[in-house]
Design a protein around this ligand. Structure first.
Ligand code: ZN
Length: 500
């Protein structure tokens, strides 16, 4: 280790690991905040979290880290080390370009704006939220100009969630998708029958739902010795560190499929976290590739596997038996139909897997126009409603059910929405490759055997962390760049009976 390059690399890694440990302490506090923390602890928790964030930020933006990265510039490093340095530099450079006054102002404004957004949504009062969104956009434009960009200011923001993605690259992908989805949605909506049963009129004991959720998470490979499943109002997954991944779901006595698919979704995220290489914890090689790749893992299990006909042919009778006699009269066909109905709807989080992408395309177009200044915030409700009518054929009855429905803009998450659809497209492209690599995969799925698929995901995706940029990862795994084609093919095949 006398080589100054390797000494510099080791010092950089040691610092990064310490900053990551602070981050993982923050993740434990964040999990507790959304599960068991008493409400009166909110102010104290905010102070704890802010201190950890400040200490971690100070470590990765320090002058010393800048010098170490500089020392390693063009150093002959191995593939793994090169990837680590590339990603540490990306994080460091972005952070040091942001003046601390802007970071603090963004934290202050978005923290207050989330409360205002909540009130505005509840009161269907867009003008109340309008000045806050204007302020957030102004700050995000400042952020973009500090970080720098070549094309659109939006590029500087989306890069934080999806390294390498730009407004232009996403627009190319999404415009093709929208063009092809529109006639498909129209055809399926017209012909696909509703399930003959309405599960929401029946009672499904929560204790049984809980058992099924735990069983299905374990069946796809979620390791309960290294993770937990708990209950929360807003389900999520948080990877705290090696051997500790927490997933959360919610239960409703009349909606057993909500907890079931919610758990499959979060367990898909959880498998990714549990599959990251433990020896690289605290360095980019131990971190998921991007938000879009993370979402591809949850949606692959929730939709591509969990909503498939093969899955329900095998699992449906077990699901019925668990709740007997509540749904003894329901056929597997009807169970499958009730998990798959494609219909335009107002609310993103209730949308089916096909129309969901149109929801995202709408938000992407509007947030780019807002960032680039082509759309004024005052005109957002009108623009939303017009585009919604074009895409879905529906009249938006209120801003609460329109442009005020999502929390994302209020916390400054501009550039976040596209990662949901990128996740859908990636999941289809990954599964298409897995199906070729693993003959008889859907026979396994019908039999409730998921190990071959889980192993495939581990060796092709999870174990790499950030070794490859998201676009590189996609090309390496599937042999070609990301496109909407595998997803469209999946939709056309799955809904073939109602597509033509
Ligand atoms: Zn997710």
């Amino acid at each position: 280790m006398s080589d100054p390059k390797s000494t510099a690399y080791q010092e950089l890694i040691d610092t990064w690991r310490e900053a990551s440990l602070l981050g993982s302490c923050g993740a434990v506090l964040g999990w507790d905040e959304r599960t068991f923390m008493p409400p009166a602890a909110a102010a104290h928790r905010a102070a704890q979290t802010a201190l950890l964030a400040r200490l971690g930020h100070g470590m990765v933006t320090s002058q010393r880290v800048g010098e170490l990265l500089e020392n390693l510039h063009e150093a002959p490093l191995g593939e793994a080390e090169t990837a680590n340095v590339r990603e540490m530099r990306r994080v460091h450079d972005r952070a040091v370009k942001m003046p601390s006054s802007l970071v603090e102002e963004l934290a202050r404004v978005t923290s207050e704006a989330q409360g205002i957004w909540q009130q505005a949504k509840e009161g269907n009062d867009f003008p109340k939220f309008q000045p806050w969104l204007e302020k957030i956009l102004e700050l995000k434009r400042q952020e973009a100009s500090c970080v720098g960009y070549a094309g659109s200011p939006y590029d500087a923001l989306v890069d934080e969630f999806e390294p390498g993605a730009t407004a232009k690259s996403i627009r190319a992908l999404f415009s093709d998708l929208a063009k092809q989805l529109n006639p498909l949605v129209a055809a399926i909506t017209q012909r696909m029958p509703k399930s003959k049963v309405d599960l929401s009129r029946r009672e499904f004991p929560v204790a049984i739902q809980e058992k099924l959720c735990r069983d299905i998470a374990a069946a796809i490979g979620f390791d309960f010795n290294a993770g937990r499943l708990d209950t929360t109002a807003h389900p999520f997954c948080t990877g705290i560190g090696p051997g500790d991944c927490r997933i959360l779901t919610r239960y409703h006595a009349n909606r057993p499929l909500e907890s079931f698919f919610g758990t499959l979704h979060e367990a898909g995220h959880g498998l990714y976290e549990q599959g990251l290489p433990k020896e690289h914890f605290g360095t980019p090689l131990g971190v998921a590739a991007s938000f879009g790749v993370h979402e591809s893992q949850s949606r692959l299990w929730e939709n591509q596997v969990g909503r498939s006909r093969d899955f329900w042919d095998g699992y449906g009778p077990k699901f019925q038996a668990a709740f007997a006699p509540v749904i003894d009269d329901v056929s597997v066909e009807d169970l499958w139909l009730s998990t798959n109905l494609v219909r335009p709807s107002l609310i993103r989080i209730d949308a089916d897997e096909v129309t969901y992408n149109l929801q995202i395309i709408l938000r992407f177009e509007l947030e780019v126009a807002l960032m680039e200044g082509q759309l004024k915030v005052a005109d957002l409700p009108g623009a939303w409603n017009d585009r919604f009518k074009q895409l879905f054929g529906l009249v938006v009855p209120s801003d609460a059910k329109g442009c005020l429905q999502d929390i994302h803009w209020s916390f400054g998450g501009i550039g976040y929405f596209p990662t949901y659809t990128l996740g859908n497209l990636l999941s289809a492209q990954f599964l298409e490759t897995a199906t070729t690599d693993l003959p008889g995969l859907f026979d396994d799925i019908r039999r409730g055997q998921f190990a071959r698929l889980t192993d495939w995901l581990r060796t092709n995706i999870h174990c790499h962390g950030q070794r490859y940029r998201p676009d590189e990862l996609c090309a390496r795994v599937t042999g070609r760049p990301l496109s909407s084609e595998p997803f469209l093919k999946y939709v056309r095949t799955k809904f073939a009976a109602w597509c033509k």
